[in-house]
Write a protein of this length. Sequence first.
Length: 577
Amino acid sequence: MARLTVLDGQFEGAVLELTEGFCIGRAQDCSLFLPDPQVSRKHVFFSQSGDGWWVNDNASHNGAFVNEIRVERKRLMRDGDVLRIGGTRIEISVPDKAVEGAQARIQYDEETSGLTMTVERDARSLAPPTIDALASTEKAVDGFSFSSLDELRRASDRSLRFVLSNARRFAILFHVARGLQGQTDLDKLLGVMMDHVFRVMRADHGDIVLVEPESGHLIPVLSVARDGRKSDTVRLSRTVISKTLNSRVAVISTDARSDPRLASSDSIIMYGMRSIMCVPMIAMERVIGIVQVVNNDDLAAFGEDDLYLLTVIASLAAVSIENTRLYEKQKAALEEIRKARENLKLAQEELTRSEKLATVGQLASGMAHEIKNSLGPMALVHLLKERHPDDEVLQEYASVILESHNRILSLVNEVRNFTSQGASAASFEMTRRPLRELLESTLNFLKFDRDVKRTQVRLQVRDELDARYSLDRMKQVIINLVRNSAQAVPESGGQIDVVLQREGSTAVIRVIDNGSGIPAEIMEKIWTPFFSTKEGSGMGLGLGISRMIIEQHEGRIECQSADGRGTAMIIRLPLAE
């Protein structure tokens, strides 16, 4: 979506969507009303075509300027262009559709033999006077092409022309350097450079080609007309490009159509080129690319003063390009360092977890024997059941005690298996049975749990479903999830729903609570071993063990939660065939 952002003036900060026929002016019915006496009633309007968005100067008295270049009738807008109307500057944010997704290519023109250039200058000889020369009054005069200081003092017309010419040069170069300063985006940097070239030279078209540092291949990066229209093809003369790159020569060819060197060029026939100027981009004594400008109508559009200016502008841009490349390399290096630090941190965390798991595994193995011995007397409950077969309450409580006895032993084994990652589906028995049986027996067992019994727990079996599972292991999962929910719900009004239903070929068990929920920033951590939000209780292994058991049953478990809105733990198991 194209937008306009007002950078200064009465409506500074305003952001407006660009639409077909969008008008800016002093009339109150304009899309953007600017009460400025320098602004015409209907100053400019915007139109859209296949190329993108165009700004059209509606014959305004004071003109419209894009990047400080006056708009001649209309101009194609690029993303980031700044439009100035009167005292108001407006930034354009618009997708660049001119060559979007296209790879620019080079088309070489073949020349006849015996090629000679109209004007050739060593690019290094076109550099401004050195700092040492400018430090001396007499040498500075020589640097500006005066024979003596006396000649300057006599101030003939010729001398004044020299003064004005050189003052113009340095004023232009100052503004170019300031425009390129701080640019870190290569496309914008080259666009700014070409805008300045169009502003000070009579060029209709400009091309920039860079040299790929590693391979030396030529990479066309910009081919643009004065009105902002881009092309996906850069047309170059093989001889000109060879001289410019290899000999560091800045070249002018005036009247290209009658130049015998270029008479056979397709580009001359197609475009009617009359003047071409091509200069190298030099940074750190290395040619990193070329700049070419073309005038289609004037027999002698470019002179040596233009050649000097374009050469120095190209050198300024070359330094900025190298800085941009260094900036990108630095960003890439910093990103690699950041990723390396993250990977190192993850590796350290994984190592810490592994060490903890190993420690817990050794502890579980060591305690297993002692726990079994300590739980031995609980087996006497069998005798109570046998001696009092008619006592229903005793039978119920004895069954719960025996189940707890088995669960404690199973839990120790699960911790040991989890820490060693040695358990598999083949290591325990899975049989086909109703899932209702699993849920009813588990919730019946949890009636005696301290946290669960103060909470309203409701079972909803919407579909009678069978699955292949280990009753003891799946009980452990449901117990863990229900107890977690019971600890999360408020002491008064806590509610847990356990829902069983079918979804396609899958049995889905949901444990839903109205508790405090899980904050988004810790959602991914809940499955991490030893991560727990229960201060002073729990080892942080419950959900990890639960996920391992569900995956061993070829299912999956997931969590849906929002801070303050409760939690739903969802188990998906394949239905029994």
